[in-house]
Design a protein around this ligand. Sequence first.
Ligand code: COA
Length: 364
Amino acid sequence: MEFTDLDSCVKDFSDLGADYKVLEELNREYINKLQEVGELQEKCMKGITHQSYRLGIINRSIKKLKGNAENADVLKNLGKDMDRRKVQLHEMEQTLPKQNGLYLKIILGNVNVSILNKNDKFRYKDEYEKFKLVLSVIGFVMAVVNLFTNLRVLELSFMFLLVWYYCTLTIRESILKVNGSRIKGWWRLHHFISTVVSGVLLIWPNTRTWYEFRQQFMWNMSLCVVQYLQFRYQQGCLYRLKALGERHNMDITIEGFHSWMWRGLSFLLPFLYVGYIYQLYNAYTLFQLSFHPESTWQVPVLCGLFFVLFLGNTVTTSLVIPQKFGERVAIIKFRMLTMLQIDLAARNHVNALSSESSQPKKNE
Ligand code: COA
């Protein structure tokens, strides 16, 4: 509601002054709390560094003392406790701001990209997975249109989209890494290499060699199906881990998650290997085209890059299987240990009860 005279405006402004005083106080309190949070963060970071330093010393000492068979049990228990402490420290680190890596520093400058809230981290990762899926569907549609048409502008738009997409992925993945993601170095490098591949494709002149490779490359985008399956798998992992509450922590309920994960992996892996064979086939075709009289430097370079992608993907994905199997064995061991501990605790409890009942009661 607007005022009709100036006096009402002046009066309302002076009334608003009282509200402003309250707001000013609130803002001061907020700034103080922010300062307090900053100080607490710094103290926690120092505490974690101190803990890690002392754990390092204990670890080195344990290694030297390992030869002594007498202390085997103590050393084993200490080792387990130290592993647990490392996990706890890692969890603590996830709640504190972290420095950007070199790549992010170059691209974004020294801006803080740490996400300190677990729900926000989850949302960011979820959004990243959806972004990949949406862009692969757009890429698939563009590739299909390119398959049935022959418009240079459309071709170049498609390549440009790929350059932008992979570039964006590298930035998003660096942010995920700062926020504690365990994404392997290869997958990040894979997206850097894919950016270069798309860049080289973008500047490949439309010679005869390009037209010989064009159809095969556009068919590449049928791997969008693989991308969809990956999305379903990663999304499943993400939501199940969120439901478990404590990420990366060993817990008996994780066993259920692992059996789901194995089913997901066994379904996904054959499709992934088909994709890798297609990459090898791309490298082979480009290798043959490199002997073509109209071949330009883009042909052998792309041949090498597709081969590197094939090799890196195959080796990394193949290494995931034994690694996951190791995790499974660790969980079974952990479960047995927990059951033994429960059993031991129950026995101690029964012993305590029976010794209590065998002792004459004070009042008697
Ligand atoms: N791209 C981005 N992030 C990946 C990834 C990939 N290809 N593979 C794994 N990650 C992430 C996971 O989401 C997880 O993140 P988090 O720590 O934030 O939760 C982290 O890396 C650790 O994952 P890990 O436990 O090692 O593997 P996984 O069970 O999540 O996935 C595979 C294993 C094999 C299914 C997965 O690596 C994959 O799909 N690889 C194939 C990728 C590919 O080949 N693409 C080209 C297709 S032709």
